[in-house]
Design a protein around this ligand. Sequence first.
Ligand SMILES: Nc1nc2c(ncn2[C@@H]2O[C@H](COP(=O)(O)OP(=O)(O)OP(=O)(O)O)[C@@H](O)[C@H]2O)c(=O)[nH]1
Length: 214
Amino acid sequence: MSRVGGSGAPPAPLQDYEVAGKVMLLGDSGVGKTCFLLQFRDGAFLSGTFIATVGIDFRNKVVAVDGVKVKLQIWDTAGQERFRSVTHAYYRDAQALLLLYDITSKMSFDNIRAWLTEIHEYAQKDVVIMLLGNKADVSSERAVRTEDGASLAREYGVPFMETSAKTGMNVELAFLAIAKELKQRALQPPDEPRFQIHDYIEAQQKKSGCCAFA
Ligand SMILES: Nc1nc2c(ncn2[C@@H]2O[C@H](COP(=O)(O)OP(=O)(O)OP(=O)(O)O)[C@@H](O)[C@H]2O)c(=O)[nH]1
């Protein structure tokens, strides 16, 4: 995460943001990472043929958080095992990790513990992690109970939400919560109360009439 400019620094006309941070999307192949990113960036869902990501790719999006522009550089990683060594190299620079499983795939949920072990091995100690149960729109094929997602998240002390890259459910909220956390880390004076990502997600979900599991 970086703060752009600073007191006395000349304005940077090409950088239309004040805070920047790297966010990585992680999780098994097919859980919906690419769709999640495209839903956030373009508000679109590409249904149909599944084309697995090869290696790693990134997109930028600037979001306004309480009047501050935060640039999220979002890295979409390949979930397939054979690309893992490529993605490990990118963990160290990431300030935030969105870890996805597919609520219709028990295996993708069971693999979350292995993902968290990998994260603890390769990522920065203070990285922000969020657990997301994606494809919540396919409730007829649900294989992972919401309570089980929430309970795993509690065990690891990370915030949790169910999402849908198809309908857009909680997609923006996930990135906005990350942007708020990055903004507070970069700009907030130490004597002010800290932004609490768990509380924020819980409050937003209550507001929208949805489930709060943070
Ligand atoms: N119903 C539904 N389908 C989804 C959702 N998100 C993704 N999909 C579908 O799931 C399949 C895989 O989505 P991707 O976004 O390519 O998965 P990925 O995690 O990026 O996969 P890798 O690139 O191999 O790591 C595609 O057929 C998508 O259309 C969702 O929220 N709901």
